[in-house]
Design a protein around this ligand. Structure first.
Ligand code: OXD
Ligand code: MN
Length: 589
């Protein structure tokens, strides 16, 4: 081991002394290594072979039923000062956190293999990418990390060149929820995760590194680490605009990132390019624009609801070489989940399917697949410089009030829109589903520092020379009085993106309102879509008294961040609140 890697070797030795594994395996990321791991997991029952005729290279993993989602109440940000973690995080003093979790790691790998996984988040040669090393005793984690990151020899070579990396230590432990913690030490660039094998808690390159630790680093270094998909929209003239969009977990980021244009658009030559479905790292380029990379190399997508109508590209992607977690099985051993045709015979826990036990597939069951398998995967996803972002989109599940789409009047207003984002909770985290909570920039579970400082960081990008993207807010989830969604969603969402692009290019006038610019009459192209005019009116309706209440609630929410809330953001909220008091006619004049 060369001297630049000495720090890594020292840490690996320290961890081995603490956890006392039977063996240490340094992962090289090769096919042979992956195949050997798969064979081993088939023997131990960690993986179950699926129908190899219909799904070659596909396997099922069944997790412990108490370990099926992220655990926000057991996830801690351990900064020296409590104030730095902010009210948006659970905090523990670093010394206490280390002591608590180190006690669990003590001897926990006895009889097991300890895997050392060097990985790179982002294209291996990109200046925007960052490396890490995860130590784990879970072969399932190794197999998934190989899919989700650039893992192995090339990453190790980059670590050797750079001499620094994020340290992540993970053990599945006993999978006992009483002995489970996901701890982050941003000031030490360290993660320690014990007692869970679930992706969001155990694949440390993903939420722990690429969001919680990276957001902390990004604030110090002048970039952004965000919970956003990145999609390229190519128009019939061959020009592509890249859009980054933040939605909370399980709100359709993967579907939007892979959308298939409606028939008429396809015929006219519109194309969609997928760059990423979950995480976006952005930084200003020399021309003042924001350039983005997807730090991941795979998709860890929610299976239920993924179907030929909602996301055919995802379905094609996962027809081979995919690890499924907690899905159900058909009689001929194919993976199955709610939304697919066919009938389940075995549920996600391996029991004969009985509707009385609930859904056949767990609502947060997942697929892990290499991004390259997606038919719309963009070659630009490997571009070391990243792609220039034309528009940033925020959105959540809001059954009422929020219009289908609105555009912020400027950057500060857009930051307010992102900060005010709310959404109904989903099965991606444990806890009640369907409860409305604020989830600023969809980062509530992932921002590794005080939200007040985070909002200030966002505002700081608006400086001389910056050519920032336009900011929009969308709501695909507005419901009518009958409780049904008003907007068809999925591929039809391209119509809304087209309007955004027209706004970016200065080709749509829009209608200014106190809450932002909405599409003017006729600007949203609806040809080929059977959407009654009244439904469109309802989707774009501005309920002034509802908005006054919303703005009041946003003000209270912002105040909860205390002294660290940037005054500019509160002023922006007051500006919109006051604009709402002006009679509509005057506001439109
Ligand atoms: C995810 C999540 O898995 O947000 O991407 O929970
Ligand atoms: Mn996510």
């Amino acid at each position: 081991m060369t001297s630049k890697l000495a720090a890594l070797e020292r840490w690996v030795n320290e961890v081995a002394a603490q956890t006392r594994p039977a063996k240490i395996h340094w992962c090289d990321g090769s096919d042979a290594e992956y195949q050997a791991l798969v064979q081993q997991m088939l023997q131990t029952g960690d993986l179950i072979e699926l129908n190899q005729q219909t799904h070659p290279g596909c396997y099922l993993h069944r997790s412990n039923p108490s370990d099926v989602a992220r655990v926000e109440h057991l996830t801690f940000v351990c900064t020296k000062h409590e104030e730095d973690a902010g009210p948006n995080n659970h905090w523990m003093a670093p010394a206490e956190a280390h002591a608590k979790i180190d006690a669990l790691f003590d001897g926990c790998m006895q009889g097991r293999t300890m895997y050392v996984i060097p990985y790179c988040m982002g294209p291996i040669d990109s200046p925007l990418s960052r490396c890490g090393v995860e130590i784990t005793d879970s072969p399932y984690v190794v197999a998934n990390m190989r899919t989700m990151t650039r893992m192995g020899a090339a990453a190790l070579a980059r670590i050797e060149r750079e001499g620094h990396f994020v340290k992540g230590l993970h053990s599945t432990g006993e999978l006992d929820p009483e002995r489970r913690f996901i701890m982050h030490f941003p000031e030490e660039l360290t993660i320690k995760s014990y007692g869970s094998g679930y992706g969001g808690n155990a694949l440390l390159g993903k939420k722990c590194h690429a969001l919680r630790i990276a957001s902390f680093q990004a604030q110090r270094e002048g970039w952004l680490a965000e919970h956003m998909l990145i999609v390229g929209i190519e128009n019939p003239q061959g020009q592509t605009h890249y859009i980054a969009a933040a939605f909370p977990s399980a709100c359709g980021k993967t579907n939007l990132a892979m959308l298939i244009p409606p028939e008429g658009y396809r015929q006219n030559g519109w194309r969609v390019w997928t760059i990423g479905d979950d995480i976006c790292w952005m930084r200003p380029g020399e021309d003042g624009r924001l350039y983005a990379i997807n730090p991941e190399a795979g998709f860890f997508g929610v299976a239920p609801g993924t179907s030929a109508s909602s996301n055919p590209n995802a379905l094609t992607s996962i027809s081979s070489d995919t690890i499924f977690t907690n899905v159900a099985l058909t009689a001929d051993n194919q993976p199955w989940w709610e939304g697919l045709p066919g009938t389940p015979v075995v549920d996600w826990q391996g029991r004969p399917y009985d509707p009385a036990n609930g859904p056949a597939a767990h609502p947060n069951s997942r697929f892990t697949v290499r991004a390259k398998q997606c038919p719309t995967w963009s070659p630009k996803a490997e571009d070391a410089q990243g792609v220039p972002i034309s528009a940033i989109v925020f959105g959540g599940r809001r059954p009422s009030l929020l219009p289908l789409v609105m555009e912020a009047r400027d950057w500060a207003h857009g930051v307010l829109m992102g900060a005010a984002m709310g959404s109904e909770t989903t099965a991606a985290a444990t806890g009640a589903v369907g409860v409305l909570r604020r989830d600023s920039m969809a980062m509530k579970p992932f921002c590794g520092y005080h939200y007040g400082d985070y909002f200030a960081h966002w505002l700081s990008f608006d400086k001389p020379g910056a050519k920032l993207p336009k900011i929009f807010h969308v709501n695909w989830f507005r419901k009518g009085k009958d409780g049904k969604f008003l907007w068809p969603g999925f591929g039809e969402n391209l119509r809304v993106l087209e309007w955004m692009i027209a706004r970016v290019e200065g080709k749509a006038r829009g209608a200014e309102t106190p809450i932002g610019t909405l599409p003017a009459t006729g600007e949203l192209k609806l040809d080929g879509l059977d959407l009654p005019r009244e439904t469109l009116a309802e989707l774009l309706n501005l309920d002034a008294s509802g908005w006054e209440m919303e703005l009041h609630a946003i003000g209270e929410y912002l105040d909860s961040f205390g002294k660290r809330l940037p005054a500019q953001l509160r002023q922006e909220q007051q500006r919109v609140q006051q604009a709402l008091h002006v009679p509509r006619k005057a506001a439109n004049a």
